[in-house]
Design a protein around this ligand. Structure first.
Ligand SMILES: Nc1nc2c(ncn2[C@@H]2O[C@H](COP(=O)(O)OP(=O)(O)OP(=O)(O)O)[C@@H](O)[C@H]2O)c(=O)[nH]1
Length: 397
């Protein structure tokens, strides 16, 4: 069973390739169709690799549409095309509400089965019993002439596309991430094809394919260079950023004070919450590019040689962090002195705590030319800030 969940998709693809190989070879598809299909296929593959099920599903929908139109020679009427576009958009919007996971899983298998059942079910209904469903007006007359003339002829497809866009908008508020914003953008593009008719379709599908590829690459970039917990750039991004530095720059090392105690007293989840709060303020007020260096340590790279400005920004940042009353949202599992984990459910909610940081700052110059040397000098300054009583900014001489 475990094996099945990993191999169902590769198996299906191999089966399709073997079964349809001859026909694919015989197909002479125009270049623009190949381009659109190629983009969607790349986005689908990247989505699978990066376990980005939302991107992979949207790419799959795009591929299915292209396969239907150009491979199965499906020739829908404009009304049918609008209907299926809206069904596809609604499916993508619903999936964009879920969290990302692997499609090589039971989730993927169930999703694929649901999609197949949905397509078969709708097709059956349209052919066997309810073909005129698509042309029926679905909006009840309200009695107000303006509203009735605006909405009086809403068809099923109109309602579906409006629902799709509304659902995608909810997903943007729900996830607040680039993928959901990108998928909302894809929904708008579907809306353009919806209003523009079949002539616009291929252009829009190519644009969606490109958008999905970019989203997948952005996801890969974030996986590689963004710190998962705090959302700010990671240490790997720091190493890359150093390659872009000129001769004049400063590096500040920021370390949360008594963080171990905070973890022990309130639990790891509250510790994580503090890390996020501090990271957000460092990124906002630090005066330069902020990175999570590791654990409870951050670095800020400040370009230029205006040391006074850098010190001012860091001082302001330190004050902002110290003054921020952090409401304990998560319920922690703090450790007792003896190492026993003691549950603390129901406690902590609503309490406020504050965290402070110590900062060491050093600038490039004759004594420290390379980023490593400047970082070392900043580290020494940080050590002095800790020894001097913490919650302060110390500059290297
Ligand atoms: N919650 C949480 N804790 C972390 C994370 N990474 C590191 N830590 C904790 O950070 C603590 C660092 O403690 P220390 O290096 O002793 O420093 P400190 O307690 O801040 O003391 P000073 O730096 O001297 O003020 C350790 O207890 C780590 O377990 C993380 O991602 N989440």
């Amino acid at each position: 069973m475990t094996l099945l969940r990993h191999i169902w998709l590769p198996l299906l693809l191999v089966f399709l390739v073997v079964a349809q190989w001859q026909r694919w070879l015989a197909l002479q598809l125009p270049l623009n169709v190949l381009l659109a299909a190629g983009l969607a296929a790349i986005a689908f593959t990247l989505g699978i690799f990066f376990k980005a099920s939302r991107i992979a599903t949207a790419a799959l929908m795009t591929l299915l549409l292209l396969a239907g139109l150009h491979y199965l020679q499906w020739a829908p009427s404009e009304r049918e095309l609008r209907f299926w576009l809206s069904v596809g958009a609604l499916n993508v919007a619903l999936v964009s509400l879920t969290r990302d996971r692997s499609l090589l899983s039971f989730f993927g298998l169930i999703l694929a089965a649901l999609l197949a059942a949905q397509v078969a079910g709708i097709q059956f209904m349209l052919q066997e019993c309810c073909g005129d469903l698509l042309a029926t007006s679905w909006s009840p007359a309200v009695g107000l002439p303006l509203l009735d003339s605006l909405f009086g002829r809403l068809e099923l497809a109109d309602l579906l596309i409006i629902s799709a866009l509304a659902t995608a908008a909810v997903a943007v508020f729900w996830h607040r991430d680039q993928v959901s914003i990108g998928l909302f953008g894809a929904g708008i593009l579907v809306g353009v094809a919806y209003l523009g008719g079949p002539g616009m379709l291929l252009l829009v599908v190519s644009a969606i394919g490109l958008l999905l590829v970019l989203l997948a690459l952005r996801t890969a970039y974030d996986l590689a260079f963004r710190d998962e917990l705090t959302g700010i750039p990671s240490r790997r991004a720091y190493s890359r950023y150093l390659l872009t530095l000129g001769r004049n720059f400063s590096i500040a090392v920021v370390d949360i004070d008594h963080f171990k105690k905070l973890n022990d007293r309130h639990g790891h989840q509250v510790g994580d919450q503090a890390l996020r709060m501090v990271a957000a303020r460092i990124a906002r007020y630090g005066g330069g590019r902020a990175f999570r260096y590791g654990g409870e340590e951050f670095v800020i790279v400040i370009r230029g040689k205006d040391r006074e400005r850098a010190e001012k920004a860091l001082e302001r940042m330190r004050e902002k962090i110290a003054a921020y009353p952090m409401r304990i949202r998560a319920v922690g599992r703090p450790k007792d002195g003896g190492g026993k984990v003691r549950k603390q459910r129901g406690q902590g909610g609503g309490r406020k705590i504050r965290a402070t940081v110590s900062v060491g700052l050093a600038a490039s110059g004759p004594k420290a030319r390379t980023p490593d040397q400047v970082l070392e000098a900043a580290d020494k300054a940080l050590y002095r800030a800790k020894r001097g009583g913490r919650n302060r900014v110390i500059s290297a001489a």
